[in-house]
Design a protein. Structure first.
Length: 758
């Protein structure tokens, strides 16, 4: 007797199909919208799947339904995911539903599927089937060789920055001959396009590709060889795509080409969770789906099975402020079965340290009530925010893990900065010397370091001392000798200052004078701005220490306290990294203007970037099952300078009925936000050392600041006092903003409500 799921018996999908099972019991577990998405098999379909609405279940059930009903053979189904983990999970689920026939489905990431096609047909476009896929290090090394051969200054124009330009072209499906039509980049004096062409020629000569080429060359293959495209168009009767909102232009074009014949393209995604534009994702792909396919059907999955109703209300109200969206409103999939839930707690605190203290105290309280730590997450907008939370978690002994990157003191740029301080504190530290001797690049190669090693071993002295002695000889070339001499003199000078200069001030001086900060400022890679922010936070954190020695001892202890795998611990990560995850309790700190929404993003992308930042806030809220804690601080210390902060506009966009407002003192005073609904009830003084400080009051949608004290109460030239910045003299007045020259903190603009006559 034949197996009803043995679909490999024939290549014909319909009339010759194997017997169809009368009933598919796993369909009974789907809600009406999910079932509609599964059974709507013919024609283009967009499944708008909100957070926690079961999109993975829909995708797997749809693939299984197509196979079980005999609508196609396994190899006639193409399922595309964004990660290997998602592909593995989907294959396992489909196999569990319909059996081993699922193994024959074309299921994988965009890149994996393109590799499969290029291995088979690549020779048609000059690519041998044995081609090599270069990793990022090999790509940069190859590109740097080409730049140096073209006499490009790789210090001024780093290879990593040019690679970013090239990859953006590839994400848009642009080969060198097409990229010129969109205008060339200003990189390297306009030579980026020529370098792109040279890079592609060199790759072809090596029979190699990079990851961007996999889509690009597949498109090239389809466009130049219509017979190959037709073969795959005929083969793939059904195409399923996960996370469609994250596709770039090249992926979009690839899907459009493959789906033209049968037009059974099912894209599952959520325009409200499109947060990866910085790596090429185009939210416009999902927004224009109905224009691309005029006969498309749209199914909205709005029943959320993750979060409480009150969290869903807050998230839906927030994201409704975006204009470029298809629109849907999340509601609980357990309506009538669960309570409304705990309101979103929004708390204002005095500064970042107080914020970290409060968050960790709340975590301790949850732990005492029996909450598992692994179901608690702290989600930050940027990596530099992690330091204060890591420090507080370590101090209290609460285990934690950082997902999506190293812990703060393990980051490359922080290790480099610490190495500078180690060498200042202890000139005998050979490991620190080796780490920083050519960071930033000073033209000191391996041969120079080797000569220093030889002298150090022969005279039994540390590397630093050996270097200092060698500059008095003719062992080095004149330029090398001058460079090493300048470096050793700098360290001797910094060492002489460490007893009388605050560690934070000395660290800032070292990072600037050594050129290390400038190195990252000149770096045009996507990671560079984050590294600069981390260095600033590093300097800020040093202000808590009286000596470099004490700080370095602290760091050593921190590095030793590594969390064991599998231990019950708090998760600390960025909002971008949290997409797809869920926790019982989520803390969202740093909801302040310029941090979230991020100032750099707004400067670069304007309204478009603001909407992506709001989508990121939506993602943060919808990670929580039971409770959300949002916090913001009135003051932040940035690069060892105190700055007054305004609460994020996103706080004002939360619905008042879903929010519980708190303050450090538990009292209510003047308002922070009246437009989005806190109204006159959002009242909280700032509390510091037992003394209430006058708050800022925002009274209109444009976030104009209107403190309760008039700027007219002060005069230019008047001496005033600010609790953080100290004493200063008013140099200018604009409405309620005072331009003050502080005696110790420099010139700053502050609100008049934060100062008092001296």
């Amino acid at each position: 007797m034949s197996d009803p799921f043995d679909l490999a018996a024939s290549a014909e999908p319909a009339s010759n199909a194997a017997p169809v099972p009368q009933r598919l019991p796993w369909l009974d577990d789907l809600n009406p919208e999910q079932l509609q998405a599964v059974e709507t098999t013919e024609g283009p379909l967009l499944v708008l799947s909100g957070a926690g609405t079961g999109k993975t279940r829909v995708l797997t059930c749809r693939a299984a339904y197509i196979l079980a009903k005999g609508l196609a053979r396994p190899w006639q189904v193409l399922a595309v995911t964004f990660t290997n983990r998602a592909a593995k999970e989907m294959r396992e689920r489909v196999t569990a539903l319909v059996g081993p026939v699922a193994e024959a489905v074309w299921l994988g990431t965009f890149h994996a599927l393109c590799v499969r096609i290029l291995r088979r047909h690549g020779e048609l476009i000059g690519l041998k089937s044995s081609f090599t896929i270069l990793d990022s290090d090999d790509q940069l090394r190859l590109l740097k060789q080409l730049m140096e051969a073209d006499n490009v200054d790789t210090k001024k124009w780093p290879a990593q920055a040019l690679m970013g330009v090239i990859q953006r072209w590839k994400d848009r499906g642009l080969t060198p001959d097409k990229a010129g039509r969109e205008g060339t980049s200003e990189f390297a004096g306009g030579r980026s396009l020529a370098l792109y062409a040279a890079y592609q020629d060199r790759l072809r000569a090596l029979n190699a590709v990079d990851f961007g080429d996999l889509l690009l060359l597949c498109l090239d293959l389809f466009q130049k060889h219509a017979n190959v495209l037709t073969e795959y168009q005929q083969q793939f009767r059904y195409i399923l795509v996960d996370e469609y909102q994250d596709t770039n232009v090249a992926q979009y074009l690839w899907l459009r080409l493959l789906s033209q014949q049968h037009r059974n393209l099912c894209c599952v995604g959520d325009d409200d969770q499109s947060i990866y534009s910085w790596r090429g994702a185009e939210v416009g792909n999902i927004l224009r789906f109905e224009k691309d396919f005029s006969d498309a059907k749209v199914v909205r999955l709005e029943r959320n099975y993750r979060s409480t109703p009150v969290i869903l209300e807050a998230a839906s109200h927030l994201i409704s402020h975006n204009e470029d969206r298809l629109g849907k409103t999340l509601r609980s999939g357990h309506e009538g079965e669960i309570e409304r839930g705990v309101p979103v707690k929004v708390r204002g605190v005095w500064d970042g340290q107080e914020e970290a203290r409060w968050v960790v105290e709340e975590i301790e309280a949850l732990q005492r009530k029996g909450q598992s730590l692994k179901q608690i997450a702290i989600l930050v907008r940027a990596g530099f925010q992690m330091l204060e939370f890591e420090e507080r978690l370590i101090t209290t002994g609460i285990p934690y893990r950082v997902i999506g990157g190293p812990r703060f003191y393990e980051r490359l740029e922080i290790r480099d900065a610490i190495a500078y301080l180690r060498l200042v504190q202890q000139p005998d530290d050979d490991l620190a010397f080796e780490r920083i001797i050519n960071k930033p690049k000073r033209g000191l190669g391996d041969s120079t370091v080797q000569k220093i090693h030889v002298l150090a071993r022969s005279q039994h002295v540390p590397l630093f001392e050996a270097a200092r002695r060698m500059v008095e000889t003719d062992e080095f070339r004149a330029q090398t000798r001058a460079t090493v001499k300048a470096l050793t003199h700098d360290f001797e000078r910094w060492q002489s200052l460490k007893e009388n200069m605050a560690p934070s001030e000395l660290a800032a001086m070292i990072l600037d004078e050594s050129g290390y900060t400038e190195m990252w400022q000149q770096d045009k890679s996507a990671e560079a701005p984050g590294r600069i922010e981390n260095l600033r936070e590093f300097v800020t954190g040093l202000a808590e220490w009286d000596t470099i020695e004490g700080f370095l001892e602290h760091v050593s202890l921190v590095m030793e306290s590594d969390t064991k795998t599998g231990e019950d611990c708090v998760t600390l990560m960025t909002l971008h990294g949290a997409k797809g995850l869920e926790f019982d309790a989520v803390f969202l700190p740093g909801w302040e203007e310029e941090i979230f929404p991020n100032r750099r993003s707004l400067d670069e992308g304007g309204q478009k970037s603001l909407e992506e930042e709001r989508r990121l806030a939506y993602v943060g809220l919808t990670r929580a099952r039971k409770m959300v804690h949002v916090s913001f601080a009135a003051n932040r210390r940035v690069y060892n300078q105190w700055q007054t902060s305004l609460p994020s506009r996103f706080i004002d966009e939360l619905p008042p009925g879903a929010v519980e407002r708190q303050s450090e003192a538990g009292l209510y005073g003047s308002a922070y936000g009246t437009t989005g609904g806190f109204g006159d009830n959002w009242k909280q003084p700032w509390w510091r050392d037992g003394k209430a400080k006058a708050p800022v009051q925002k009274v209109d949608a444009d976030w104009e600041v209107t403190p309760h004290q008039s700027g007219g109460d002060y005069k230019v030239g008047e001496r005033v006092f600010h609790q953080k910045f100290g004493y200063g003299v008013i140099a200018g007045i604009e409405d309620t903003k005072l331009d003050i020259q502080f005696e110790k903190s420099g010139r700053k603009k502050v609100l008049d409500s934060f100062v008092e006559p001296a």
